[in-house]
Ligand binder design. Structure first.
Ligand code: UT7
Length: 335
């Protein structure tokens, strides 16, 4: 069996900054409420006048990651692309990125695991690399939330939280034992699927039906979140996933050098930090600047932490996520 390690990281966020105060033009909310409940100060929302889409942003992040890995597009053997906000209902965005990057006719797999999208993607990539099937895999997470959020007081409980952006990582084959991805742990609990979901349009509630009904109270085509219910599950599942990752590798919480939690809510991250008794320099958060970018959040945070020199050779890096599905999981990396 080979080892697999991250050799390149990159991210891209749209230029358009939307502050908490900016949101008050559409809804009754306040900077104070948003910061106190979520930690978010601002987020990036695509300016529709620009070329950015989910796939375009993913391709931009991917170019940076490939370059930093010291590779070219022709060295990539496979694409894994995670999003909940694809440009098209089908096909998935992985093939768009293959085309945008003018890559050879390699396989492209789309992952639909929302906030856990990067954890699931990295785990799948890890299996392909370790078995020797592929040498270099491009893993991407990208989201265009802003196009599908309800910009009104009715939608404020969800709308203020989400931001747009993309991150990418190149996972490469390595012969170094005990380094790279040590383990990954994936979970789901579908009975809570509707607690954080976008129900229609779908084959259950198709577009003509929504148009025909013309019901002003129908919000099935906006994301719905039972915030407190999700929060309560998140803190438990985040902790479980981290403990599982540590135990699988015979490690303790003191061994963690850097924890990168999915950026869902600063209060969740702080709860986890306290529970695992981690100092401030051992947890990386950027939700203040980007909001929740779902499948992109961990890769953007990981890239920023790495760019800022906060992840060093041999560090134990733990990634953990929880979100819609419910799905959750962790990845343990010896950098
Ligand atoms: O990434 C996927 C996983 N997602 C998560 O982990 C998110 C988990 N949940 C959360 O982060 C929190 O539940 C939220 C940040 C979404 C909401 O915070 P909360 O403390 O649970 O607030 P709440 O939903 O219980 O709402 C409290 C009050 C309500 O008013 P009343 O009924 O008490 O009068 C809401 O209508 O705050 C009101 N409210 C707002 N007020 C101002 C809801 N959204 C807003 C808003 N601005 N944006």
């Amino acid at each position: 069996m080979y080892s697999s390690k991250i050799t390149g990281l990159g991210y891209y966020v749209p230029e358009n900054v939307v502050t908490n105060d900016d949101l008050t033009q559409w809804m009754e909310t306040s900077d104070e409420w948003i910061q106190e409940r979520t930690g978010i100060k601002e987020r990036r929302w695509i300016d529709p006048k620009t070329e950015d889409t989910t796939a375009v942003m993913g391709a931009k992040a991917a170019r940076i990651a490939i370059d930093r890995a010291g590779l070219t597009k022709d060295d990539i053997d496979f694409i894994i692309f995670a999003t909940l906000s694809p440009d098209m209902y089908f096909p998935g965005g992985g093939v768009q990125i293959q085309d945008m990057l003018d890559m050879p006719t390699i396989g492209a797999l789309d992952i639909r695991n929302q906030c856990s999208g990067f954890i699931y993607s990295l785990s799948v990539a890890d299996q392909f690399i370790k078995t020797g099937m592929y040498k270099n895999i491009l893993v991407i997470g990208s989201e265009n939330h802003s196009g599908g959020l309800e910009r009104s007081t009715r939608g404020r409980g969800v709308t203020v939280i989400f931001g747009d952006g993309a991150g990418a990582a190149v996972l490469s084959r390595s012969e170094e034992k005990g380094k790279g991805i040590l383990s990954s742990h994936l979970h789901s609990e579908g009975k809570h699927a509707k607690e954080l979901a976008l129900i229609g349009p779908s084959t259950n509630r198709w577009v003509p039906e929504i148009i025909n009904d013309n019901d002003p109270d129908d919000v099935s085509y906006f994301p719905h979140m039972n915030g407190q219910f999700v929060f309560k599950h998140a803190v438990v599942r985040f902790s479980e996933a981290i403990v599982e990752g540590l135990h699988a590798n015979g490690l303790q919480k003191d061994d963690i050098d850097m924890l990168i939690p999915h950026q869902a809510n600063l209060r969740i991250a702080q709860f986890i930090q306290k529970k695992f008794e981690l100092s401030n320099d051992k947890v990386y958060n950027n939700i203040m600047r980007y909001g929740n970018t779902t499948a992109a959040s961990i890769i953007i945070a990981l890239t920023e932490a790495w760019e800022e020199g906060k992840i060093k050779d041999n560090d134990l890096v733990v990634l953990a996520a929880f979100g819609s599905g419910f799905t959750w999981g962790s990845v343990v990396i010896r950098w």
